[in-house]
Design a protein around this ligand. Sequence first.
Ligand SMILES: *Cc1c(COP(=O)(O)O)cnc(C)c1O
Length: 416
Amino acid sequence: METSKRLFEEALTLFPGGVHSPVRSKVKPYPFYVERAEGAKLYTVDGLELLDYCMAYGALILGHRNPRIHQFIRDQLEKGWIYGTPTRLEVELAKRIMRHFKSIEKIRFVNSGCEATMLAVRVARAYTGRDVIVKFDGCYHGANDVLLASKHLKPQGVLDCILNKTLIARYNDYSDVEFLFRKYGNNIACVMVEPIAANMGLVLPSEDFLKGLRELCDSYGSLLIFDEVVTGFRVGLDGAQGLYCIRPDITILGKIIGGGFPIGAVGGRRDVMSLISPEGNVPNAGTFNAHPISMAAGLATISVLEEGKPYETANRAAKSIADEIRDESHRLNVNIQVTNITSMFHIFFTEKPVKNYEEALKSNTMLYERFHEELLKMGVFIPPSQFEVCFTSSSHDEEIVSLSVDKMKKVLRSLK
Ligand SMILES: *Cc1c(COP(=O)(O)O)cnc(C)c1O
């Protein structure tokens, strides 16, 4: 890993922590630098080949450098790549998203999930004329002031008067949210939730929990916001809201809808979305909003996903890995919890099933990190943090899966 080591040493002098997003620095002893990628594989500057279960933290579902997406992007590049004007592509991508997400009647494209959640809270406050928001301990919505409130860590540089407006509830705990509503309900603008939590490890919602949120929001006149940045077009064409048959007022999309290019989106009820500038007075603008290349890559990605087959392959891959690892852990009698839904899977190094962040925090993060490190040495890249999720793609075929399972089992045995 000589070249990566050298690059990272230099990077440490150039960037805070040597990186541009904190989790990347967690790869020990130093991050590997990638030269190129293809399908399920990353190729590093040090000449290593890695099986990728990170998939750009969920932004890719058709594998790296998918030839059909590649062609579509190339065709667009031929025509120029940014104009500062509307394009046909944004109309087509919006219609394509709305074909599947029935709750979205109007949409605004921005450049990241972080921007999208920030805008959504602003809209919810404008619509309701209220200022308090509810979020869940362990859910992540991007690093913007209004959503950084945490029970565990005080973010520096964020004003208390902003953090104080955010109430934090326990995930999967309806009564905790109900308690907050009874106390503050008439001042709650919105509830922001990851309908499937994918930033505290992978934590599935109980259906009653999500239904309960819908009912509470309805009875108090608050807006329900689903952050589907991860789940949108991953758990199915209509996201987690389709899976659980719940209609949020606002949906946040990102990651997959940009096909691997920067994107975020806020979509939702027409009366709510109409408050956004220039139709209304809720500010939002962006030089790169609805960037033609992101639009093209997203459109191509959704078109390929609509064929169905990519989901089959990606889902089968995640399920077989999860099943095999779970079985092996029972055989070995090691205490891990393997969760899986569609093309996501996750391993908590803890004794009991995890329903919320408090329980996730009981995990043995050192053991997870050793698992990650040993796997990396064997050529398998899973996220370097116990609280990030593993993703599969349509490139994770049976050969890659069985190779990966063998290595994961071997590492699990060695950790015992
Ligand atoms: C990644 C993520 C975001 C932030 O998206 P960015 O494009 O990284 O700003 C927001 N919400 C969830 C659930 C995410 O996983």
